[in-house]
Design a protein around this ligand. Sequence first.
Ligand code: GLV
Ligand code: MN
Ligand code: MN
Length: 342
Amino acid sequence: MTGTPSRIFERLEQLYAIGGGPGANRPHPSPAEDGAHELAATWMREAGLAVEVDECGNLLGRSARSADVWVGSHLDSVPRGGRYDGALGVVAAIEAAERTGAGSAVAFRGEEVGCIGSRALCVAGLGLPRAFLELHVEQGPVLADAGVPLGVVTSIVGYARAELFFEGRAGHAGTTPMEARDDALVAAAEAVLRIRDAARGIDSAVATVGQIEVEPGGSNVIPSRARISIDARAPDADRLNELVRAIGFEPGQLTAPAPMDEGLRALLAEEIASRGLPAIELPSGAGHDAGILAAAGIPSAMLFVRSMNGGVSHSPDELSSDEDVALAVEVLTAVLARIARS
Ligand code: GLV
Ligand code: MN
Ligand code: MN
């Protein structure tokens, strides 16, 4: 294996530091996300790429050859996120475009809040790539459990998101008898449990309530209003529809499950196998920009790097080894070189 320049890891550290700790804090939209895009634009120029920002705020660094083959990911993060989620895919893309002198490196806006940038790009439908590759950490334990560094993604999970609101009646916490209350937060809490049970009832489905807001928010006031978020996911359209029906909500955002392109998957698998490694295939339970591009008909594929620490992600504990990252960048670069030739 050739060594990966330490600049990959230095760049990941620079991005990680942008929003202030603990963890990565580059939500969309924010000055921290803007700062990450500005830094990546500088790296793109250093790599000899011609930098553009599209109407959606996505950042593109074009090389002189086969610029319609895009490689990249996102630079926004969840609150208190990890070093690798999204950032690795952008840093690796710049590396691959520089090493091959081909393709374009892309950083999409707002992946964590619904793939804002890639979705807007696909809706606009202008200047779309001929193919898209995304390198990403697995964010789960499958590769680590199998003892292999890299995996090829078969398909990306579908997900439905929404907000639910519960109305009650504010009152005094000390003087209102329990049977006389209309407590919005209690209604929301019951819904949280129903959501969990609905997902448990469907094979491989998951559902999460990650946000809750209570009004008026006094410790001695019965809540009059509560808002919760729902993030519901399933590996195929039938199970996603079943889950949405079982929970009983109207999705505000619906992303269909997206199979990855077979030809590109085969190229990734060949490059992995040619390095004497097993080419494991696995589905992605996380959403990705590659899923949005694939749904828009653009041949897309993803390479996963083994996650350590039990596969934890969306957490500062997210970890992949330098060796695995180096190998992943090599494979990504080799596949980019092959697509750029074709
Ligand atoms: C993106 O990280 C997601 O929520 O799957
Ligand atoms: Mn990501
Ligand atoms: Mn993420």
